[in-house]
Design a protein around this ligand. Structure first.
Ligand SMILES: CC(=O)N[C@H]1[C@@H](OP(=O)(O)OP(=O)(O)OC[C@H]2O[C@@H](n3ccc(=O)[nH]c3=O)[C@H](O)[C@@H]2O)O[C@H](CO)[C@@H](O)[C@@H]1O
Ligand SMILES: C=C(OP(=O)(O)O)C(=O)O
Length: 419
């Protein structure tokens, strides 16, 4: 198992290039299933989850070639519509293959992803939505078996809970359906907009992405495309928080302020000086006292749950009382016991984490439990006195491209130990 060793005490300083967004790249790579023509994607982050997605696509018979941050996929050669448990259980977003496989081939057999460290994460909305489009679906022996006679049929789908993944799955399925689909109470995340833009380049007719009513006029076939993945707003936010917490000064390049507005607002509440231009964001915390903030996670454009752990960590070392309420996932405070091992005082009351006062952290051996929990522990290691050993770093490799290389470039002392 690989570990990260982090020597605390360096203020981050300099520029960092932000990678393409994991959460946009996953559905977009999967959308290649919808066409028999070649699709070329650029600015794809080199991440463990991208590797698993490529393996999953290859398992269907798709031809995939990756060169740096470019991935070329030809799904004209698909000869299987089965997504097996051993790949799906390594990455929950694998469930996104269900809609595209069903829409193009009329059948799909996809393992249920199951829960993960942050919550039960059911897929009922994906299944109910596809049924509304005319699919016959049964769940047996841990697999979702879906089929349709002929094409899926466009319909009105009201989502009782705002779900990013279900919105994406249904958008992709509806793109090849017969007739028009309207997804009401759709998720509004920027990654949904990136997927819609990519689908439209393939000849789909999607309007309203980014609002809570998305309309998809189905077409008979889609064609290949070239698409550059949007910047990762969560990676951007994570570097900004790391710079704020260490009292540093950084510029995030190849990103977009509009993607991280809710995060930047909270950094300003925390007393950071933040400025931006068209594709960079600058944060300066030198000589400024970090202040605790109050946050409630919400679907976009609210504050993103994927930045909750990093801000919980910020509150641990900030002046004043900070309160963080998690409303999206029922178990997303796995970082709290690990932060406590480093000296953090955090009270957990239901779905709220209260940091009553400023703490001084000491390096310790801690363990990654999930992707963003790991990010918060890396940030903790950057400010703690002494050395922090972060175990099970594969979690962080799911979502941060070359994390230690980027941090070292900003002056951090961090090394990876490969056993
Ligand atoms: C690959 C990807 O893009 N992952 C993101 C995506 O996950 P994901 O798409 O899995 O998250 P959802 O938006 O679907 O989940 C939101 C809430 O809806 C619930 N739910 C979801 C589907 C369903 O069928 N039934 C149901 O009850 C979930 O348990 C959760 O409580 O959005 C989350 C919320 O912004 C982010 O934290 C993840 O980083
Ligand atoms: C929860 C996350 O991802 P996933 O949905 O892939 O587990 C995340 O990116 O923070």
């Amino acid at each position: 198992m690989e570990k990260l060793l982090i020597e605390g005490g360096q203020a981050l300083s300099g520029s960092v290039i932000i990678s393409g967004a994991k959460n946009a790249a996953l559905p977009i790579l999967i959308s290649s299933i919808l066409t028999a023509e070649q699709c070329t994607y650029t600015n794809v982050p080199k991440l463990q989850d991208i590797g698993i997605t490529c393996q999953l696509l290859e398992q269907f018979g798709t031809e995939v070639s990756a060169n740096g941050n470019e991935v070329v996929i030809n799904a004209g050669t698909i000869n299987s519509t089965v997504a097996p448990y051993d790949l799906v259980n390594r990455m929950r977003a694998s469930i996104l293959v269900l809609g595209p496989l069903l829409a193009r081939f009329g059948h799909a057999e996809v393992s249920l992803p199951g829960g993960c460290a942050i919550g039960a994460r059911p897929v009922d909305l994906h299944i109910e939505g596809l049924k509304k489009l005319g699919a016959e679906i049964t769940v047996e022996a841990g697999y979702v078996n879906a089929k349709v006679n002929g094409r899926l049929k466009g319909n009105r789908i009201y989502m009782s809970t705002v779900s990013v993944g279900a919105t994406e799955n249904l958008m992709m399925a509806a793109a090849l359906a017969d007739g028009t689909t309207v997804i009401e109470n759709a998720a509004r995340e920027p990654e949904i907009v990136d997927l819609a833009n990519c689908l439209n380049k393939m000849g789909a007719k999607v309007t309203g992405a980014g609002s809570n009513n998305i309309e998809i006029e189905g077409v008979e076939t889609l064609h290949g495309c070239e698409h550059s993945i949007m910047p990762d707003r969560i990676e951007t936010g994570t570097f900004l928080v790391a710079a704020a917490v260490t009292g540093g000064e950084i510029t995030c390049l190849n990103t977009d302020y509009h993607l991280v507005e809710p995060v930047v607002e909270k950094l300003r509440d925390a007393n950071a000086l933040v400025t931006w231009d068209e594709n960079s964001i600058h944060l300066d915390m030198r000589g400024r006292e970090l202040k605790a903030v109050n946050i409630k996670t919400l679907p976009h454009p609210g504050f993103p749950t994927d930045m909750q752990a990093q801000f919980t960590m910020l509150n641990v070392v900030a002046d004043g009382v900070g309160t963080i309420t998690e409303t999206i996932f029922e178990n997303r405070f796995m970082h709290v016991p690990e932060l406590r091992r480093m000296g953090a005082t955090i009270q957990l009351e239901g779905n709220t984490a209260i940091c009553p006062a400023k703490n001084k952290l000491m390096g310790a051996q801690v363990v990654s439990t999930d992707l963003r929990a790991s990010a918060s522990l890396v940030i903790a290691g950057l400010v703690a006195e002494g050395t922090t050993q972060l175990d099970e770093v594969y979690h962080i490799d799911r979502g941060y491209e070359e994390i230690e290389k980027k941090l070292v470039g900003l002056g951090a002392k961090i090394t990876r130990i490969k056993n």
